[in-house]
Design a protein around this ligand. Structure first.
Ligand code: GLU
Length: 515
């Protein structure tokens, strides 16, 4: 019988949520959904130097926001001040011993690595006893000298095993004398380590090229390289999904599983994310944090959809690219994850976001846009009557089809919010004579005046204006556009009039006429 699928997302609390990490979370979640497996959250906080305050809470909030629901692992304490959690199964919670705002749920805890230090010590000891790990007392200076010598001899820098020669007595003396030490893995250097990656197929490494990596650091903390193996085993993880950067370490992990006599989980290494110039995705070429994209007004649905396409497609001759999370839960398949690096194409994100913005109701769009209006000076300085719900909804209705992201709201149509100024020659359509321009503006004024307030609907405005414009539409509509917007590019003059309302439209036309 196949082993029950249990998968984990195991981020390190180092600040923001990198898009690559979010993709790992998403694929892992989708794989669990598709296979009916369990998805859990483990926190890998053993690198104290990289720890950033509040990042665990941030990770949890982001997973919750995105709908990547897990039922086991680390959660925000529903009783804490920072909780806005909807995601709380009613099972038993244990308070985290190191983070007052966090709780843990599940039978395989603790799920925070800094709370599992005893376990790592115990298992490292087992390896020392069975001869597959050893104490190393080399200092930074020793290691530095070793590296320099190897480089000078054109050898690959790796630990030279000098501490492997120490006798049991020597080791005991050093420990008793309080010398600092680490524990290293004793690699089996014979032959090859092979595994079948679920994405990359057969992978084989020559064991003599593997370094005796550190398992336990001198501060009593495990390295990631050790903790991930111990935890994945103790938490009964069946499949490990993580980034390509771990491909070359995996043989060492496999040897650790073998040294313990444990089953080796399945591995799936996800492709690198690349900048458009095919270099590894970096902060230098743009934002890499999911939070940044949320702040810029990308919708959750678009972000998820964009991220899932970074290394996966539905295949089978289908060109479908727009997927909801619910749909992905049905169709996602690890077999269709690519080996080749995935290019981070922001045009695609814009396109997807525009698709999802179009699908919003005006009410939804309004709700989501308010915080973005509030970030703009033109909005904050505007008169109260253009900040009303009704008015903003009209603006949004006009803009909806054209928005790539919510932070663009109002941006290109600031004339809806502020008095306009323009050079009066702009009013002229082609080589219009002054009399013709006057006549045109008059015609607009008469037509719009003739529409009663209660009939001030876009369709109505369009019908009436088109009726009087006849064949020479430009003669009527161009001056009207400029009079209402002060701009050469804008929504249609009818849309402008509709949003601005009768009074303001007539006022702006009157101003144009006077000029
Ligand atoms: N803590 C590791 C990281 O954030 C997790 C890698 C893994 O999934 O094993 O990169």
């Amino acid at each position: 019988m196949d082993k029950k699928v249990r998968v984990r997302f195991a981020p390190s609390p180092t600040g923001y949520m990198h898009v690559g990490n979010f993709r790992t979370a998403l694929y892992t979640y989708l794989f669990a959904k598709k296979t009916g497996g369990e998805f859990l959250l483990r926190i890998e906080d053993t690198d104290k130097n990289r720890f950033v305050e509040n990042s665990i809470e941030n990770i949890i909030t982001l997973l919750e926001w995105s709908g990547l629901i897990y039922s086991e692992g680390v959660f925000v304490n529903p009783k804490s001040k920072i909780s806005n959690s909807k995601q709380n199964p009613n099972s038993e919670m244990t308070n985290s011993t190191s983070y007052p705002d966090l709780v843990e749920i599940g039978n395989f805890g603790p799920y925070i690595q800094s709370e599992r230090l005893d376990s790592y010590k115990e298992y490292a000891q087992k390896l020392i006893e069975n001869g597959t790990a050893y104490y190393c007392f080399c200092t930074e200076q020793d290691l530095e000298a070793m590296r320099n010598e190897q480089i000078a001899n054109k050898q690959a820098p790796m630990y030279n095993r000098s501490c492997l020669k120490l006798s049991t007595e020597e080791i005991q003396q050093k420990i008793a004398a309080g010398e600092k030490y680490v524990i290293r893995q004793k690699i089996n250097t014979e032959g090859f380590t092979k595994y079948t990656d679920l994405i990359r197929g057969e992978i084989e490494f020559k064991n003599e090229l593997l370094d005796d990596q550190i398992l336990m650091k001198s501060d009593g903390y495990p390295t990631y390289n050790f903790a991930n193996v111990v935890d994945d085993h103790l938490m009964s993880i069946s499949h490990v999904l993580r980034g390509e950067e771990y491909v070359s370490s995996t043989p060492k992990y496999i040897q650790l599983y073998q040294n313990f006599g444990w089953d080796v989980p399945e591995f799936a290494h996800l492709p690198l994310l690349l900048n458009p110039d095919k270099t590894k995705l970096s902060k230098r070429q743009g934002d890499v944090a999911v939070e940044d994209y949320i702040k810029k007004g990308y919708l959750k649905e678009a972000i998820i959809n964009f991220v899932v396409l970074l290394g996966w497609n539905i295949g089978d001759g289908s060109t479908q690219e727009v997927f909801s999370l619910a749909e992905l839960e049905q169709v996602f398949d690890l077999k269709r994850v690519h080996k080749a690096g995935a290019v981070f194409d922001l045009k695609k994100l814009d396109w997807l976001n525009a698709q999802y913005i179009k699908k919003l109701s005006v009410d939804e769009l309004y709700e989501k846009s308010l915080e973005f209006f509030a970030q703009k000076d033109f909005y904050n300085n505007a008169a109260p009557d253009v900040k009303t719900e009704t008015y903003l909804k009209k603006v949004l209705q006009i803009e909806q089809e054209r928005l790539n992201n919510l932070s663009e709201v109002g941006e290109n149509n600031q004339f809806f919010f502020a008095p306009i100024a323009y050079d009066k020659v702009m009013l002229n359509w082609k080589d219009m004579l002054p009399e013709a321009l006057q006549e045109s503006l008059q015609k607009s004024i008469e037509t719009l005046s003739g529409i009663a307030e209660e009939n001030w609907e876009l369709k109505n405005i369009e019908e009436k204006l088109f009726a009087v414009a006849g064949d020479k539409k430009g003669d009527l509509l161009w001056p009207l556009r400029v009079a209402l917007s002060g701009a050469q590019k804008s929504p249609s003059p009818m849309e402008l009039a509709w949003v601005l309302g009768k009074t303001e439209s007539l006022q702006r036309l009157q101003n144009a006429l006077e000029r």
